[in-house]
Design a protein around this ligand. Structure first.
Ligand code: AMP
Length: 180
């Protein structure tokens, strides 16, 4: 095992790579894979997200496919909560709720198993990145349709200039890395 450097929030930000014109011209894609491959950074990011959420009485961490699946089960483990996947169209096998929504670079459909959330289930929603907030808003609607209560949404990266946080108000929003 090699010695790991100490990481802080600035160090995390330095490990997010800008990829211009992906997946479409004009989009600067925030690539988190350099951060994920660094053991110290991955642990620090997971711990910081769990720290921000630890006072909440959470039953389920809801993670959003695809990159939201990377950190959310680790955060659920740290919180002692369960993990519920919200998936793209056609991936979940059992009875599901469906919602169509728009994101920064297109349209998509998200699905959740109907039996994943019950009336009164206490939820936090985790994704890799907050842009316009359309994805987060869609997942809040799915959770609430099933009777769940959303306590907060948490993201590794926030593109603050797109004001997704305002779109998600009044739900508390946590993020570790911001771009203004
Ligand atoms: P939005 O619904 O606009 O908040 O978009 C958030 C979702 O789209 C997240 O699942 C992100 O993974 C993805 N996303 C949007 N914009 C970017 C970007 N510039 N870089 C990386 N991922 C993005």
């Amino acid at each position: 095992m090699c010695a790991k450097m100490t990481v802080d929030l600035e160090g995390l930000k330095a490990l997010v790579r800008d990829v211009p014109d992906f997946p479409k011209k004009g989009i600067i894609f925030k690539d988190i894979t350099p951060l994920l491959k660094d053991g110290g950074a991955l642990r620090f990011a997971t711990d910081q997200l769990a720290e921000a959420l630890k006072e909440l009485p959470i039953d389920q961490v809801v993670g959003i496919e695809s990159r939201g699946f990377i950190l959310s089960p680790a955060v659920a483990y740290r919180l002692g909560a369960g993990f519920v996947p919200v998936r793209k169209k056609g991936k979940l096998p059992a009875a599901k709720e469906v919602i169509a929504y728009s994101l920064e670079y297109g349209e998509d459909t998200l699905e959740i198993h109907r039996d994943a959330i019950q009336e009164g289930t206490r939820v936090v929603i985790i994704d890799d990145l907050l842009a316009t907030g359309g994805t987060g808003e869609a997942v809040v609607k799915l959770v609430e349709k099933l009777g769940g209560t959303v306590f907060a949404l948490a993201f590794l990266v926030e593109l603050a200039f797109l004001r997704g946080r305002e779109r998600l108000a009044p739900y508390p929003v946590h993020s570790l890395i911001q771009y203004s």
